[in-house]
Write a protein that binds this ligand. Structure first.
Ligand SMILES: Cc1cc2nc3c(=O)[nH]c(=O)nc-3n(C[C@H](O)[C@H](O)[C@H](O)COP(=O)(O)O)c2cc1C
Length: 189
């Protein structure tokens, strides 16, 4: 079951934007992060929830999508995320946040998949602009943004070919392909 969930937990970048994600759902997802591992159990992460069109639009314009898809600037209006969870770190608790936000992201996204949702981890964020736009105090460092919604695209995994190219791509039918390295390539001994 965990394997199935991890398989289904792909990065989705096009959504049924009109399908709302409730604040209650977002809170349930953050609750999964709450029970996830944290270095020194410091629990320095904080979460900013957004599910209203105006706030979503504000967040959207500070994000960069799918760097390998050079001819695609990101989801169009109508296919944008219905919600976001912005992960920030509280500098008053810890000067660095290690792997906590990566682990929290995976917990949240696995929970989203279980609920029939999907999302994308966005690390490419115009941080100063977003910090100002959302009036986030300097005490909090923007770490990652999770874009969420009901996925409107098909994502398939495939083996990395002999050329070793790991770049994801879209085919003529707009199916998103993600090459993954083989297990033997990953395990060194
Ligand atoms: C830390 C991190 C940052 C990422 N940042 C971005 C990003 O800024 N924009 C984006 O479109 N995808 C981003 N991604 C998604 C990756 O491109 C995606 O995970 C990768 O293509 C593999 O696809 P998969 O997650 O479906 O296996 C990020 C993923 C991670 C783990």
């Amino acid at each position: 079951m965990v394997r199935d969930l991890i398989f289904k937990n792909r990065r989705y970048r096009r959504f049924f934007q009109e399908e709302p994600v409730s604040l209650e759902t977002l809170r349930e997802l953050v609750d999964l992060a709450r029970f996830s591992p944290s270095a020194r159990n410091a629990q320095p992460l904080r979460f900013i929830l957004s599910n209203e069109p105006k706030n979503n639009a504000l967040i959207f314009k500070h994000l960069a999508w799918a760097g390998y898809l050079k001819d695609w600037a990101g989801p169009e209006e109508g296919e944008r995320p219905s919600a976001y969870i912005l992960i920030v770190g509280d500098r008053e608790i810890s000067p660095t946040f290690g792997s906590d936000h990566g682990i929290a992201s995976q917990s949240i996204l696995l929970g989203a998949v279980e609920k029939g949702l999907g999302g994308c981890i966005i690390g490419s964020i115009q941080r100063p602009g977003l910090q100002a736009a959302l009036h986030i105090p300097n005490r909090y460092e923007i770490l990652l943004c999770l874009a969420l919604g009901k996925p409107k695209e098909t994502v398939v995994l495939e083996a990395v070919g002999p050329d070793g190219d790991i770049k994801y791509y879209r085919d003529a039918a707009q199916v998103h392909h993600v090459p993954k390295r083989s297990l033997d390539d990953l395990i060194l001994n």
